[in-house]
Design a protein around this ligand. Structure first.
Ligand code: HOZ
Length: 429
């Protein structure tokens, strides 16, 4: 173990709860000491001991063009020189709204906010205001940020720490949240049969990424659209993770389904705090100042974040960007799976665009939260640490998806596979 990471972690814990500003970073489910990152460039991050890692966290998604891409950094610096925040409208906000609307056709109007949590919280309030209903449906293992009504059987850090529900959330706040199993058409139909005219919205990760990567079935996606349309319920796609990550048009373009509202984050800020929610113009018209659903933010549409987002959205539209990203991610996951077979280790892997999942101990790909409960956590822990020692940084939890960037060229993928070969060989002994 490197000394400076240990020292910094001990020091951080004196001043910051758990030593981190977001729980998964604390290595709670894998044990050991988190690496304190000093810098990042392209496909790599360096810790405070100057150890270099090929990075498959990518800031949990935003770093799709690689860390500190020179053009993004330049755009940020230029924007910063003109002022960090005005709390007033800017021309850049129109530009990024136009880009989002162009790339995601279901979005007719869009509101910028600062985090995915804020986007989801606001989209749900909007759906409730629009329908005049209270009930919401979410799915087990999906994570939609940490606002009160959503912390019921949520994914991400909630799964990592085995806390299906959060302390500090009054039971009254979650009384209106129904939680159903992911990919279960029957329970969705039953819920609507019983409560259809009271359900304001259904929120879903259109590829789950916060219980690790879990694909929805086409039937499930189709039913979501038809049943919500039938009952006048707002269908919200949480594309904070999948937006501009699995495809240029997001998961909705791959499923060929038009949600009523979409939330976005991560990639649209290119590494800066920027997120958004948008969708049907008639629904968006309910948002303040036009309508009576209140939502506001001092740093909403921040000019520096918008500059980073705009440049990132420009870079991902380059010819062949997603073909190459998807191909490399596929190569990596298939390579991992072959290596696991070679060493007699039960592991499956899957990928969509630049997002991937690896599952130890499963014999078929997971379809829901129950399946994800069966993964071999102990093996994952050993694999995670051995990979970290080999200079490969993966998400420190078996319940998080991984991310590849455009900076992960052929050489990085091959190096990763070579190192994994050695790691699995040792672990198989
Ligand atoms: N909620 C993120 C994982 N799905 C973690 C964010 C972070 O720790 O930076």
């Amino acid at each position: 173990m490197t000394n400076r990471n240990e020292t910094l972690f001990a020091e951080a814990k004196k001043y910051i709860p758990g030593g981190v500003n977001s729980p998964v970073r604390a290595f709670g489910s894998v044990g050991g000491v988190p690496r304190f990152i000093r810098s990042a460039k392209g496909a790599c991050v360096w810790d405070e001991d100057d150890r270099c890692y090929i990075d498959y966290i990518g800031s949990w998604g935003p770093a799709i063009v690689g860390h500190a891409h020179p053009e993004v950094v330049k755009a940020v610096a230029k924007a910063a020189e003109s002022g960090l925040s005005f709390g007033a409208p800017t021309a850049g906000e129109i530009e990024i709204a136009q880009e989002i609307i162009k790339l995601v056709p279901s979005v007719e109007q869009v509101r910028l906010v600062s985090s995915g949590t804020e986007a989801m919280m606001s989209a749900i309030r909007l759906a409730r205001g629009f329908t005049g209903r209270d009930l919401i449906i979410k799915f087990e293992g999906c994570y939609h940020g940490h606002s009160d009504s959503l912390l019921v059987k949520a994914g991400s850090g909630m799964l990592t720490f085995g806390t299906p529900n959060s302390g500090g959330v009054p039971a009254d706040f979650t009384r209106h949240t129904m939680v159903l199993p992911y990919n279960d058409c029957q329970s969705l139909q039953n819920a609507f049969k019983q409560h259809g005219d009271k359900i304001a919205c259904v929120i879903v990760e259109p590829f789950a990424g916060n219980m690790n990567l879990v694909r929805p079935t086409p039937e499930f996606m189709q039913l979501l659209r038809t049943i919500t349309a039938h009952y006048g319920t707002v269908l919200i796609f949480d594309e904070v993770m999948t937006g501009f990550r699995v495809a240029l048009g997001g998961a909705q373009s791959l499923h060929n389904i038009t949600p009523d509202l979409t939330t976005m984050g991560k990639v649209i800020g290119g590494g800066m705090p920027l997120a958004a929610f948008g969708g049907r113009a008639d629904i968006m018209a309910k948002i303040s100042p036009l309508g009576d659903v209140y939502q506001a933010g001092t740093l909403s549409g921040n000019p520096v974040a918008v500059a980073a987002g705009l440049k990132t959205l420009e870079l991902i539209q380059k010819e062949g960007f997603y073909e190459t990203l998807s191909q490399r991610t596929f190569e990596l996951t298939q390579g991992w799976q072959k290596l696991a077979e070679k060493h007699g280790i039960q592991m499956l892997a899957d990928s969509v665009g630049g997002m991937f999942g690896i599952y130890f101990g499963l014999h078929t790909l997971p379809v829901n939260y129950q399946d994800m409960q069966k993964v071999d956590n102990d093996f994952f822990k050993r694999f995670f640490h051995a990979m970290l020692d080999a200079g490969i940084s993966l998400a420190p939890s078996p319940f998080e998806a991984g991310f590849v960037s455009a900076a992960h060229d052929e050489e990085y993928i091959q190096t990763t596979l070579e190192r994994t070969d050695r790691v699995l060989q040792d672990l198989a002994k």
